[in-house]
Design a protein around this ligand. Structure first.
Ligand code: HEM
Ligand SMILES: *[C@@H]1O[C@H](CO)[C@@H](O)[C@H](O)[C@H]1NC(C)=O
Ligand SMILES: *[C@@H]1O[C@H](CO)[C@@H](O)[C@H](O)[C@H]1NC(C)=O
Ligand SMILES: *[C@@H]1O[C@H](CO)[C@@H](O)[C@H](O)[C@H]1NC(C)=O
Length: 215
């Protein structure tokens, strides 16, 4: 009885948090090492094949419905560089955050920047998806995974409720209802097409008029 309960519990947690695996977003054509959680949260990472001297990555983050998704580039919540994003109608609002205390993290500033990749950024009937180039985002100050890491843990946090000020990238959020960490095999994120994909950042989508991008 005990054993079978444990076994079922084990299966349930496997289903809830899968191992990151290669996934190609049909809308952008970019391939990520991609973690999908049963809440609808997902985070995917793409890196150049040659990691020497590289500080940049392309990420895709999203969720189901209208709540927020957050990723810790350093694993835990405190003292790590966080990415926080949510949908606002057909647009996505995103910011960098950092905090020393458990509570809604403040906007973080630094040399790091995020620039959206238009055809990887969309809202469909079930999910929202934000794909962006993160420049100068792989740091050596332990706030993110390090340039030499091969299998870092990244954090995830998700809340099905929208932030109080959806149009404001600096909005406070209420605490995540689900959080955790997951190991990313960075080799599986490396791709020879990275340099090409990188040039797509900030370019307007073809044959589509878009409203201004917030964040
Ligand atoms: C009012 C807002 C927030 C509060 C009060 C809060 C509080 C906490 C607390 C207390 C923990 C420790 C685990 C637990 O006891 O639940 C935690 C973990 C965590 N939080 Fe937050 N948090 C907030 C917002 C955020 C945001 C916006 C992000 C990401 C952008 C985030 C990312 C994480 C991560 C990655 C963990 C670590 C999970 C792990 O190590 O397993 N949190 N948070
Ligand atoms: C996404 O946009 C880029 C140009 O910005 C384009 O080269 C690429 O083919 C597009 N992806 C798909 C799957 O259409
Ligand atoms: C990787 O990049 C570094 C720095 O730009 C360069 O010195 C090295 O030759 C590259 N390695 C390969 C295998 O291309
Ligand atoms: C909406 O986009 C997400 C993320 O790309 C995808 O997983 C999902 O299948 C899409 N849903 C529909 C109804 O197309």
């Amino acid at each position: 009885m005990k054993l079978s309960t444990l076994f079922v519990g084990g299966l349930a947690s496997l289903a809830a948090a899968q191992t990151p695996a290669p996934y190609t977003d049909a809308k952008s054509g970019i391939t990520f090492n991609y973690f999908a959680h049963s809440t609808g949260y997902f985070f995917g990472l793409a890196l150049p094949a040659n990691s020497t001297g590289n500080t940049d990555f392309i990420a895709t983050i999203g969720g189901k419905g209208t709540g927020w998704s957050g990723t810790s580039l350093g694993g835990g919540m405190l003292g790590k560089l966080l990415i926080l994003a949510w949908p606002n109608g057909q647009n996505i609002v995103s910011s960098f955050r950092k905090t020393a205390n458990y509570g809604s993290p403040a906007v973080a500033t630094g040399t790091f920047t995020q620039t959206s990749i238009p055809n990887g950024t969309y809202v469909n009937s079930t999910h929202w998806t934000y794909t962006f180039l993160c420049s100068k985002c792989i740091l050596t100050d332990k706030t993110t995974f390090a340039p030499t890491d091969t299998a870092p843990s990244l954090g995830y946090a998700v809340n099905a409720n929208a932030p109080s000020q959806k149009t404001n990238p600096a909005s406070s959020v209420s605490k995540h209802s689900t959080e955790g960490q997951v190991v990313f095999d960075l080799k599986k994120a490396q791709n020879a097409n990275f340099a090409t994909w990188k040039t797509w950042a900030g370019k307007p989508a073809v044959a589509k008029r878009e409203r201004p991008f917030l964040g």
